[in-house]
Design a protein around this ligand. Structure first.
Ligand SMILES: NC(=O)N[C@@H](CC(=O)O)C(=O)O
Ligand SMILES: [Zn+2]
Ligand SMILES: [Zn+2]
Length: 444
């Protein structure tokens, strides 16, 4: 059993300061002026406690690309970002399409012991989009997989998608779709629009995303299954989701921090929004910087505004990082050859703070409670109150920091926020009452 911790004077989800006693993995007591009784005291004056953040969309790269990230390094990045649980995407090598691979990832997560690593299983064998993977075996494995995704690829075949949705109903699973009609994005390099025309890069049209979401919400409605939409990036997608919600379709959706923050203008070397958070964006001044290459691509200011409004309104349920580490040789090369994807775990909370301000209840809802519910992670996503598992993070909202790629715990360096000043700092994170981060540093 872990030693007890007394967190002194913390504002739980922004409320009036109180003390929290963490003992035996749970919040044992809450209230002012608690007796330390041998517990280690953490002075949390001015800090806000949030339920430990839960990321529904993380790429950990193990097995296969341990040079870019491992379960351990990604877990450390997650803890430093305030996370207590992450869902690990299946596009590893080998692909997480069998009980064996998901159990391996799950076990590596337990060994690292920094966050709960919940593996996501592939929908199709090898992500090839041809036949269903062993969904049932992954669900009944030790990893207890409930989310399935071919992320990186779209399950483009409508009949396969239908069968996957039907199959996972038996164990209340969910299919997380990377919505991209592949025929509409062949050779695509960035968002299709004014900027792509100016730069002479092949465009990735918004309709390639919207068409798949429209199809999938209709399929989910038809078979009565749960659908989750990964990294929603366009205003049109928000409208499709709004329509589906009104019809009572069981669909949830995520947006990434980067789609809330950047526009396609950064590809041309300019910041596209007039938000003060963007005025100090330090990187990308030269244009064509592959750090901004991502799938789906960064969109227009109209899209960013629609995504922000949808997140506040709840049409988009959660923020998920799509943390996508890539080795130097895959990113520091010509735009066309660079892999898509950017880091996210260590900056997500700060980015959301810069976008929505100190709306702590909204932040807790979108970054912890709802993602925990979608993933079925019952030990997570509960506000720190007596009886709850002691999975929480302490944030200093007054702190500011300049993001330095070399200072990140991720093995990769592809952060789009290099040189950017962001608000907020994670001071401590606790997983079942044990600190994984203290004084802003990883404990192990
Ligand atoms: N987002 C990305 O641009 N890349 C992701 C795959 C994905 O999320 O589609 C990756 O695995 O690198
Ligand atoms: Zn994806
Ligand atoms: Zn992804």
């Amino acid at each position: 059993m872990s030693e007890p911790y007394l967190i002194r004077g913390v504002r739980v989800v922004g409320a009036e300061p109180t003390d929290l006693l963490l003992r035996d993995g749970v919040v044992a007591e809450a209230g002012r002026g608690l007796d330390a009784r041998g517990a280690t005291v953490v002075d949390a004056d001015g800090l806000v406690a949030l339920p430990g953040l839960v990321d529904l969309h993380t790429h950990l790269r193990e097995p296969g690309r341990e040079d870019a990230e491992t379960v351990e390094s990604g877990s450390r990045a997650a803890a430093l970002g305030g996370y207590t649980a992450v869902c690990a995407m299946a596009n590893t090598s080998p692909v997480a399409d069998t009980a064996g691979v998901v159990e391996q990832v799950w076990r590596l997560g337990r060994e690292a012991g920094l966050v709960d690593v919940q593996p996501i299983g592939a929908v199709t064998v090898g992500l090839a989009g041809e036949r269903l993977a062993e969904l049932g075996a992954m669900a009944s494995s030790a990893a207890r997989v409930r989310i399935f995704s071919d992320d990186g690829h779209c399950v483009a075949d409508p009949r396969l998608m239908r069968r996957a949705l039907e199959y996972v109903k038996a164990f209340n699973g969910v299919i997380a779709q990377h919505a991209e009609e592949p025929r509409l994005t062949e050779g695509a390099q960035m968002h299709e629009g004014e900027v792509s025309t100016r730069l002479g890069l092949t465009g990735w049209p918004a309709v390639a995303e919207e068409a798949i979401i429209a199809r999938d919400v209709l399929l989910a409605e038809h078979v009565g299954s749960r659908l989750h939409v990964c990294h929603v990036s366009t205003a049109g997608s928000v409208e499709v989701l709004r329509h589906a919600r009104a019809r009572g379709v069981r669909v949830t959706a995520e947006v990434t921090p980067h789609h809330l923050f950047f526009t396609d203008e950064v590809v041309a070397g300019r910041s596209g929004l007039t938000s003060p958070a963007l005025a100090n964006t330090g990187s990308g001044a030269a244009g064509y910087d592959p750090v901004f290459k991502v799938n789906p691509p960064l969109r227009t200011a109209t899209d960013v505004t629609a995504l922000r409004e949808a997140l506040v309104e709840g049409i988009i349920d959660i923020v998920a990082t799509d943390h996508a580490p890539h080795a130097l040789e895959d990113k520091e090369c010509e735009w066309a050859y660079a892999r898509p994807g950017m880091l996210g775990l260590e900056t997500a909370l700060s980015v959301l703070l810069s976008v929505v301000g100190e709306r702590w209840d909204l932040i807790a809802e979108r970054m912890s409670r709802t993602p925990a519910r979608i993933a079925g992670l019952t030990e997570h996503g509960r506000d720190p109150a007596p009886g709850a598992h002691a999975n929480l993070t302490l944030v200093d909202p007054a702190a500011r920091r300049v993001v330095e790629p070399g200072g990140l715990a991720s093995l990769s360096r592809n952060t789009p926020y290099a040189g950017t000043t962001l608000p907020g700092r994670i001071v401590a994170t606790f997983l079942r009452g044990e600190p994984t981060v203290l004084d802003g540093k990883a404990v192990k």
